[in-house]
Ligand binder design. Structure first.
Ligand code: ADP
Ligand code: MG
Length: 603
């Protein structure tokens, strides 16, 4: 049995049992489905994209109140030109709730998502609290008593009055959402979302618009919460502020974390565990302790601590490991067609591709780079060397858009790159590796390298969710495989990137950079940590790329390596160029010899 077959069997079982299960079980299942819908948004937000929100219950509230108000206030219906009690009202309410939630999430996100660290969680707490009190204080929303007598949903002439009927809608929506999000994560867009967690610099250098993706994930999570709130309101048939309190927001986050914050199905597991546990504790504790009170909250908190201590990644990964022992992996159907990826016109050999003129960078009183001139030509390996602290990494950041020069000009393939972002540099045809490797540790080498090809695809979220991106995805994967093979990492293709030796991770970064088909390749210490044989393989790869017309700039400490492969060498010391020329010229330069007191020993 494969994992997909098991999933389908479980869904079939659920469907078959739907008519037979007792009312109470169906009610529980319905709540689990509603909560899981919110939690799965939090899995995307927290586990996958690395942003924490405590305020998700407020979005549930927005979804619930929007429809409740529209359906119960005759003035609201009149505003739309509809008769009070019209069966269309809840659906208009859904649209209103989703629109409001998206707008609020977008506004809130554009304020808080730019801030780093704890500001986002704090912002969501503030937002969660204020919306809760707003619900309670607005007279037209019924204050703390709330709004009652909401109509049941009707769908194509069918009225969903009982939990059994509405639960079918809940679970259909949940399963569809899981399917769509699974598709989203298994794609170019999914890789970009995962890259958000590993910091801005790497993702932006691969061409990912991190600010935009963060907002989009935030809005997505808010929409799912709002949708859940809408169904909840029409299940309860009344709303008041209590279920949208900050405590409940924390509970939603618990569901995502306990289930397994990085896994979509973890949200369903977390919602089930927490809903059932709360129910069970509420039932047995009073009789066990012989008195009534909210003991379940305390016991619940303690149990949560225990779970989190023993399963820090949540429960789902353990369950999945167990499952993997009995399940065969799914065989992926090959894509029926490939969409050709856009190709970059190669620059003419010998033409200047990247030119830095009088580039300076000042950090306070320190001139880290002072009037540095450097040109990289197509079909040439240019090495930048210099003692530690000479300003090489600073220069790399200036010519890749990570940092802006204090003075001077950088031109890339003919364009002036003044104050451009690293994403703009990537778009213009520059790709780089990092001195301290930056990768998605839990993702495979294949996924990491495919992230490098981000800018060569263009499928949006909706197309991806509906699996319309397959021809493009197949082409991106083929390109990633090609680069991995070419860099000699074929045997590690499906290994988690974090499991590779450091030297191999550096090679993986080169493959990732190549997947973008760059015009210029910047390599920051690519040979560091490589054993002799692999260093030679790297040298062969770089010379082959040179033959193909690539412009390569490399910072490297291994002098033997540099002298063997570099056509030209620029030497930096204290931020200034002290020598420039061929390997022989540079090695004979007295200023260089003085800078490298003790000779070229490769240190
Ligand atoms: P290299 O890569 O050649 O070893 P760097 O470019 O990392 O050298 O550093 C050059 C100089 O600039 C060093 O003296 C370093 O301390 C300083 N420096 C680098 N980055 C910063 C920064 N963000 N703020 C202040 N000083 C910096
Ligand atoms: Mg450095």
């Amino acid at each position: 049995m494969t994992r997909r077959q098991l999933t389908l069997a479980a869904v079939a079982l659920l469907l078959a049992g739907w008519g037979l299960l007792p009312e109470f079980s169906i009610a529980m299942l319905n709540y689990i489905g509603l909560y899981a819908l919110v939690a799965v948004g939090l899995v995307m937000l927290t586990g996958v994209a690395g942003m924490t929100s405590f305020g998700q219950a407020a979005f549930v509230g927005l979804g619930a109140y929007a429809s409740a108000w529209l359906c119960t206030d005759p003035a609201a219906a009149a505003l739309l030109g509809l008769a009070p009690g019209s069966a269309v009202l809840p659906w208009v309410g859904l649209v209103l709730g989703l629109t409001l939630s998206a707008a609020v999430a977008w506004l809130l996100g554009s304020v808080t998502l730019r801030l780093s660290g704890h500001y986002l969680p704090l912002g969501t707490i503030a937002w969660g609290l204020s919306l809760y009190f707003l619900f309670g204080n607005l007279q037209f929303l019924g204050g703390h008593t709330g709004l009652a007598s909401l109509p049941a949903l009707s769908l194509g002439g069918l009225t969903l009055r009982s939990v059994r009927e509405l639960g079918l809608l809940t679970w259909s929506v949940l399963l569809l959402t899981l399917w769509a999000l699974h598709n989203l994560l298994d794609s170019r867009e999914g890789r970009a979302i995962r890259a958000l967690k590993s910091g801005r610099v790497m993702a932006e250098s691969m061409g990912v618009d991190t600010a935009r993706y963060r907002i989009k994930v935030f809005v997505l999570a808010a929409l799912l919460a709002s949708l859940s709130g809408w169904m909840y309101a029409h299940l309860q048939r009344f709303v008041n502020p209590t279920p949208f309190n900050l405590n409940v927001g924390i509970e939603y986050l618990f569901m995502a974390v306990v289930g397994g914050a990085g896994h979509l199905w973890g949200a369903v597991l977390g919602a089930a565990v927490i809903t059932l546990m709360k129910q069970y504790l509420q039932d047995i504790l009073p009789s066990l302790l012989g008195s009534s009170g909210n003991f379940e909250v305390i016991v619940f908190g303690l149990l949560m601590l225990l779970v989190l201590q023993h399963f820090s990644d949540g429960l789902w990964p353990s369950l999945a490991r167990l499952g993997n022992r009995f399940l065969r992996p799914d065989r992926l159907a090959p894509a029926r067609s490939l969409r050709e990826l856009p190709q970059r016109e190669p620059a003419k050999k010998g033409s200047v591709v990247l030119a830095a003129s009088a580039v300076s960078k000042r950090f306070g009183g320190l001139m880290a780079n002072s009037k540095v001139d450097l040109q990289v030509k197509a079909g040439e390996i240019h090495a930048l060397i210099g003692p530690n602290g000479a300003g090489k990494s600073t220069f790399f950041n200036l010519i890749s858009g990570v940092d802006d020069p204090t003075a001077g000009e950088v031109r890339l393939l003919g364009c002036n790159m003044h104050r451009q972002s690293s994403r703009a540099f990537a778009l213009a045809g520059l790709s780089r590796t990092f001195q301290h490797v930056r990768l998605l540790g839990s993702c495979s080498v294949l996924d990491n390298v495919a992230l490098g090809a981000h800018l060569r695809g263009r499928s949006g979220w909706l197309a991806t969710m509906l699996r319309l991106d397959r021809p493009e995805e197949a082409a991106l994967m083929r390109e990633a495989r090609r680069q991995i093979e070419r860099c000699g990492l074929g045997p590690q293709m499906y290994a988690a990137a974090a499991s590779l030796a450091l030297g191999q991770q550096r090679i993986m970064e080169i493959a990732r950079a190549l997947a973008s088909q760059p015009g210029v390749l910047l390599l920051d210490e690519p040979a560091a940590g490589l054993p002799y044989m692999e260093k030679q393989a790297l040298a062969r790869l770089l010379t082959q790329l040179r033959e193909e017309g690539m412009a390569i700039l490399v910072v490297e400490h291994d002098m033997e390596f540099v002298m063997n492969i570099a056509d030209r060498i620029t030497v930096l010391e204290f931020g200034q160029v002290i020598a420039h020329g061929s390997a022989a010229q540079v090695q004979a330069d007295p200023k260089v010899l003085a800078a490298y007191l003790g000779g070229f020993d490769g240190s």
